[in-house]
Design a protein around this ligand. Structure first.
Ligand SMILES: *Cc1c(COP(=O)(O)O)cnc(C)c1O
Length: 436
């Protein structure tokens, strides 16, 4: 095995050295053979199999990769992933992951405390933010005694589509998601929320604050929303898939003020912090609520010292994703975390500043996301398509979200390799696209 890993590392070294020369978004590449060969392949043939997969993959290592919340992975987290696979522990039950189960509880407890959720707060990891939010909302419903009943959910008009999925899973109709309008800065309007809650006739399963909306990076007013929830006895979930990591930095925690008031919270270190996928967690002020909601007898396992991982959420067998998060955070250190956030925010500020003189509509945001479209009347569909292609031709990948009926171009500045050169090319290309 070690010999194979060594060969794989040599192979990876070559590709890694070339990554900056390959476009973020490759052209079509034919798939290698899919079915197992009659006889197993040796290492050299396996690497040959892997070559087209690399050539045909999205390439996060390119400095122009700025379309989405998928930065190049933190190096220590990649090593953590390898070690995790090699250990092949199972977070389902303590006897299959004795120390790693403890590591997950302790590290998530530390993070929850750091975010201000109080002593005793903690949680569990799950494979992605969607799963974390579903876990949180199913828990909220159970804790509020609303299982099997009609109930509704409040969130901003700019909330993430995972909330609609959560309702599906919970057997609730799409209309159970009550969308509250945002203000001009894209943040949920707490007065409108309070008014709507006062008129509500159905039981309310939770109110969701988004700490970093996916299209413009707006952070809902968590403090005022927490006050409303407290006064009305409601559960507050914070979808901090993008922005909650700011709570780990003294310099940037103000951007997500009062995060710690959440009853439950979703955070994705796989996004801004660049921990290799999947890395996401759900944190609760009272984490025992997870086991109250999900525990089902594991008759074939020795009892746990704490609670079995498999009793704390939807997943049964689960890899020790905590290992790469822990190693990645240890590698970054507090200074590295601060600098990672700083760098992204500064790049976003530079792009905003340099785009500002152009005749664009540029919705404000609180994080490292910048989106814009021409200020002229009419559809931005053709403009966004054409400009995205022109940017791609220069190795710059932006995305093209639909926001309130119009296409925007969106840049996420979380890629540490993105520099002034790429930003200047974006600005130049956008400027030229408006001139014609
Ligand atoms: C990405 C995202 C999610 C979902 O996370 P996944 O890991 O993709 O499942 C939820 N909410 C927001 C605001 C997001 O940006």
């Amino acid at each position: 095995m070690v010999a194979l890993i060594r060969q794989a590392v040599t192979w990876l070294e070559r590709w890694h050295g070339e990554a900056q020369q390959r476009s973020p978004l490759p052209g079509p590449v034919p798939l290698p053979p899919v079915a197992p060969a009659p006889r197993g392949l040796d290492a050299a043939s396996l690497m040959e199999d892997l070559d087209p997969l690399v050539r045909g993959s999205y390439n996060p290592w390119h400095p122009g990769a700025m379309a989405h919340l998928d930065p190049p992975p933190n190096s220590a987290s990649v090593v953590g992933e390898l070690v995790c696979a090699w250990l092949n522990n199972n977070m389902l039950a303590e006897e299959l992951s004795p120390l790693l189960s403890q590591l997950e509880r302790r590290l998530l407890g530390w993070i929850a405390h750091r975010l201000g959720m109080g002593e005793g707060a903690g949680g569990v990891m799950a494979s992605g933010g969607t799963l974390c939010t579903i876990t949180a909302l199913v828990t909220a419903r159970h804790q509020r005694g609303l299982d099997g009943q009609q109930a509704c959910l409040y969130a901003s008009a700019d909330c993430h589509s995972s909330l609609a999925k959560a309702l599906r899973v919970m057997g609730l109709p799409a209309a159970a998601l009550r969308l509250v309008p945002t203000d001009a800065s894209g943040r949920l309007d707490p007065h409108r929320l309070d008014e709507a809650l006062a008129q509500e006739t159905e039981p309310i399963l939770a109110v969701v604050a988004t700490a970093g909306t996916t299209i413009r990076g707006a952070v809902d007013p968590i403090g005022p929303m927490a006050d409303i929830c407290h006064r009305r006895g409601l559960w507050l979930h914070v979808d901090g898939a993008i922005g909650a990591v700011c709570g780990l930095s003294q310099r940037h925690q103000g951007r997500v003020a009062h995060l710690g008031c959440a009853d439950s919270l979703t955070m994705n270190p796989q996004k801004w912090l660049g921990i290799a996928k999947a890395s996401a967690m759900v944190l609760l002020r009272q984490p025992q609520a997870l086991a109250d909601t999900f525990a089902a007898p594991l008759a074939y396992m020795e009892p746990a010292r704490g609670v079995h991982g498999g009793d704390c959420g939807l997943q049964g067998t689960r890899p020790a994703e905590v290992l790469k998060l822990w190693l990645g955070l240890r590698h970054l250190g507090q200074q590295g975390i601060d600098e990672l956030l700083d760098g992204a925010l500064q790049r976003a500020q530079t792009l905003r500043h340099d785009l500002a003189p152009l005749p664009l509509v540029m919705p404000s945001g609180d994080l490292h996301i910048v989106c814009f479209r021409p200020g002229t009347a009419g559809s931005s569909e053709a403009w966004s398509r054409r400009t995205r292609e022109q940017l791609l031709d220069q190795g710059l990948m932006l995305s093209r979200p639909l926001y309130r009926g119009q296409r925007y171009l969106k840049a996420v500045l979380g890629n540490p390799a993105t520099g002034v050169e790429q930003i200047a090319t974006v600005v130049g290309t956008v400027s030229a696209s408006l001139a014609r």
